[in-house]
Design a protein. Structure first.
Length: 234
């Protein structure tokens, strides 16, 4: 009698083991199917979407601003022209600690506090913090050399060639010709027919201001590839 009971227990135990095996098999199969579906979805079905999102972060359209117009006398003599200078620029949103970075720049490149305060004033408005903004214009060869040596410390900074205005007459007629300066956020907001970047030079007084629309020209665009720090690759 006991042998029959033992056989019955073994049969029931075997049935339970088979049920558990079937359950585990179905569970593993289900997980495998879900995993396979996700792989197919990511690599095939959604590949276009992720490629598009990647390209949107990597490939951007940037404006090309023309050089500012020359000022000539009636006899075609040039009195105000553009000269090339090197400027140190920053994209604020790419910098984790702006105060620390500015302190390092002041000590390394010997930048005046007045220039750093002016830079802080230009980036205080949140909508403009994603744009590349000029920290210092007209860098000296020594400052450029020092930055080149230590540039790995500041991945969000770069040196760019920019045009500066040069009055060939010196102080003579300067009150008539006027001067240019970096545009401020209010001037950008008030502009209805032109999209200014925050580091753009605009006429402030005299001829430079009166003929601002003619001096600045029109805007073009080009497509570039950038790295994670917003620097142009190609």
């Amino acid at each position: 009698m006991s042998e029959f009971l033992n056989l019955d227990r073994e049969r029931k135990a075997q049935q339970q083991l088979q049920k558990r095996s079937v359950f585990l098999f179905l569970l593993v199969s289900l997980l495998g199917i879900v995993t396979l579906f996700q792989i197919v979805k990511l690599t095939i079905l959604d590949s276009t979407l992720y490629t598009t999102l990647s390209d949107e972060n990597r490939i951007i359209s940037v404006p090309i601003y023309p050089s500012r117009g020359l000022i000539k006398l009636s006899n075609d003599e040039i009195v105000v022209e553009n000269t090339v200078s090197q400027a140190l620029t920053m994209i604020p949103t790419k910098i984790q600690d702006i105060e620390k970075t500015l302190k390092e720049l002041r000590e390394s490149l010997l930048i005046d506090d007045e220039q750093l305060l002016a830079f802080k004033g230009r980036i205080k408005d949140e909508p403009f913090r994603h744009e590349r903004v000029v920290i210092v214009e007209n860098l000296s060869p020594e400052q450029i050399a020092r930055f080149s040596v230590e540039k790995d410390k500041w991945p969000g900074l770069s040196i760019e060639a920019r045009l500066m205005r040069f009055n060939l007459l010196g102080p003579l007629f300067s009150h008539v010709l006027g001067y240019v300066g970096q545009i401020n956020p209010k001037e950008i907001e008030d502009s209805e027919d032109f999209v200014y970047p925050l580091s753009f030079l605009t006429g402030k007084t005299g001829v430079e201001k009166f003929y601002e629309e003619d001096m600045r020209g029109g805007v073009g665009y080009k497509t570039i590839e950038v790295d994670v720090n917003g620097k142009e690759i190609r």
